[in-house]
Design a protein around this ligand. Sequence first.
Ligand code: TYD
Length: 207
Amino acid sequence: MTSPIPGRLITFEGIDGAGKSTQIDRLEARLREAGLEVVRTREPGGTPVSEIIREVILNEEMTLKTETLLFFAARAQHVDEVIRPALARGAWVLSDRFTDATYAYQVGAKGFSGEACEALEAWTLGDFKPFKTVLFDLAPEVAAKRRQVRAGDTDRFEREETAFFERVRNAYLDRARRDPSRFVIVNAEETPEAIASVLAQEVNQWL
Ligand code: TYD
């Protein structure tokens, strides 16, 4: 049975350690309660091939051009294999990161050409954009402390310095300012409960 509400892509962005996962969990539960089919996914990844590309990106050294192309390669597969079919059957897709991350990390923080990124985006996705993008905004110092207490190995992105994450943060905020109707900026330094209540109000407007 197809849902009366059309399928939507919601993406979640922010620097590493922003606390996205907990809030995506809550949002997923809320949408399911509303009777929607929810597809939870992530980038880089989301399909078998894209997950293999993820391992390569996160663990191997490479040029910035190769890295950016690989993010778009993983994304192309993800969109065609998972996201578009899900939206077509009326599902809501929650993706932990999407194209804005490439603008924030590869363009904003690492210096890849913004024009080249726009060309890659246009070629890979056409004018396909998320319905809404939730940006978890917080100071890089706070995020670094959270990453320290989180168990597990760090990947080569998480080992970057505070100044790097400051550039990522500013690039995200800049994109949010340019597209205010798509972005929802959340103060990720608030308590999880406070953030959840802000997002719950947002979701009520989307439904
Ligand atoms: P993520 O899965 O959010 O990391 P983690 O599981 O460690 O929280 O993302 C992996 C890393 O890839 C993260 O540091 C951000 C980075 N990234 C980019 O640099 N560009 C992109 O386009 C995407 C999607 C992610």
